[in-house]
Design a protein around this ligand. Structure first.
Ligand code: URP
Ligand code: ZN
Ligand code: ZN
Length: 480
């Protein structure tokens, strides 16, 4: 029996197993794993690891801006960066503007994403929990395959108060969607920010001072307690430190469906990076803020324990120079007026492999789980994405575990004019990326037709089914 493509002689790694084997592909799917397989095309993986294509379930690509326009990172440049770094599927965002619905923007996101070269889905951001959105539009959006809602407990003008957050949790429960939550205390940040600005402490480093760990911990605790009341599964986004992870662990220990995500920036950046001279610190500003080296070490422990089981990029699509990105309010803007977020679509896998596997902090299978298998499972992309097994889409990355590289912005292949990881030395590098059986990247050269990415409609799945455990057995979500 011959196949369309055989990847020969590599070491195949999944979330559970590591075996020397060939992988055979037919019609864009994995058809067989074994030895001596023959195909019309061959890809030599001798000396390389064969990993599932990366699944990045938190990244901002071509996100619409209030008042018009979108992120500088387009679907075309963002897809190129993903494929260069070994990521073949993303879940990005469709946003809502206060006073407006969610159907029109989602249609616009679908139209723009028709240029993608990675496979993609969306989280629907809810910023205005109006009756119409809650009762009519969320069910429609979820039924169309957008099976996750995203809420912010901070940020003007995105943040939801507790009542609105509860209404979104209840709507998700009724519709069968997971809710992802940005956890920081809105009022506390505003209070400290006002004080810092009055005290003349305006430089980028004071971004970290405006949002210390306990305000992330408090919001995480509250987000979990309210989700427990509604009996609604949630994922806590971008956990920055162990004391926040402890809230997730405590919820998991009580049997709640609460998951925790973290990002590469929390393993290699610290608040100290924002203290660089001039405006340079703005390159490292994201929320929650990067913490300390001691926090980084403790975060690895939470990965090993499984408390945090997804590492995504939280890629932000804004440049440093120019008039739209970090300097939109001028090159001397105070920290409150500098857009948050750091780019990282390409860098995610090399950083986590290098800091994790190459430095002996996690094993290969854990690396695959946190970067591909677990995000695919949690967001309803499994068993199509996230592993190497017969029937899965043939999304793979051939990985040289020994190649040493010093990261520069040229490696990133995004449209952004900087990387916060400039000069970081990594061991382990993507050599080729295969998406649905097509070789779309080789030695850093991305070749995929625009529009060859597919929308991933996500149907109902067991993992995010509510537990059926409610205070007094009363399901308030049926009524409000
Ligand atoms: O600073 C960050 N994380 N920016 C991106 C938006 C978000 O909060 O996820
Ligand atoms: Zn966030
Ligand atoms: Zn984000």
């Amino acid at each position: 029996m011959t196949f369309d493509l055989v990847i020969r002689g590599g070491t195949v790694v999944t979330g559970t197993d590591t075996v020397r084997a060939d992988v055979a592909v037919r019609d864009g799917r994995i058809a067989a794993i074994g030895t001596g397989l023959e195909g019309t095309r061959k890809l030599d993986a001798g000396g390389l690891l064969v990993l599932p294509g990366g699944v990045d379930t938190h990244c901002h690509i071509e996100q619409l801006q209030e008042g018009g326009g979108a992120d500088e990172e387009s679907w075309s440049s963002g897809s190129t960066a993903c494929l260069a770094g070994g990521t073949t599927s993303v879940v990005t965002f469709s946003t809502q503007f206060k006073g407006h619905g969610i159907l029109e923007p989602l249609a616009e996101y679908r139209r723009r994403a028709a240029k993608a070269m990675v496979d993609y889905s969306f989280h629907q951001i809810i910023t205005d929990a109006s009756d119409e959105v809650i009762w009519q539009e969320i069910p429609e959006v979820v039924a169309s395959g957008v099976r996750s809602l995203k809420v912010f407990l901070t940020y003007d003008p995105l943040h939801l108060d507790d009542r609105a957050y509860i209404r979104v949790l209840a709507a998700a429960r009724r519709a069968g969607a997971i809710v992802t939550v940005h956890c920081e205390n809105y009022e506390a940040i505003n209070w400290r920010t006002e004080a810092l600005l009055k005290a003349g402490r305006t430089a980028p480093m004071y971004h970290a001072w405006s949002r210390p760990k306990m305000i992330e911990r408090e919001a995480t605790h509250r987000a979990i307690a309210l989700a427990e009341m509604v009996d609604q599964p949630i994922q806590i986004f971008h956990v920055s430190c162990a004391e926040v992870a402890a809230e997730v662990a405590a919820a998991q220990a009580r049997g709640l469906k609460v998951w925790g995500e973290t990002c590469p920036q929390y393993f290699v950046l610290t608040a100290g990076h924002m203290d660089r001279p001039g405006f340079e610190g703005a390159k490292f500003m994201c929320s929650p803020a990067p913490r300390t080296e001691a926090d980084q070490a403790l975060l690895w422990q939470e990965i090993r324990r499984g408390t945090l089981d997804v590492v995504s990029s939280d890629h932000s699509g804004w440049c440093f120079d120019g008039t739209r990105g970090k300097k939109v309010n001028g090159a001397d803007a105070n920290f409150r007026d500098i857009p948050n977020g750091v780019p990282g679509l390409m860098a995610r896998l090399p950083i986590i492999f290098s800091e994790g596997v190459s430095k002996g902090r996690i094993d290969l299978n854990t690396f695959v789980r946190i970067t591909a298998t677990n995000p695919a499972k949690l967001f309803g992309l499994y068993p199509r994405k996230g592993s190497i097994a017969p029937g899965f889409d043939a999304d793979m990355v051939l990985w040289d575990p020994n190649k040493r590289t010093t990261l520069t912005n040229d490696h990133m292949q995004h449209v952004i004019d900087y990387t916060p990881y400039e000069g970081l030395e990594v061991t382990g590098w993507p050599v080729a990326t295969v998406r649905r059986g097509e070789v779309v990247m080789r030695d850093g050269k991305v070749q995929a037709p625009e529009g060859s990415g597919q929308f991933l409609a996500r149907g109902p799945y067991d993992m995010i089914r509510p537990r059926g455990v409610l205070p007094d057995g009363f399901d308030a979500a049926e009524f409000a």
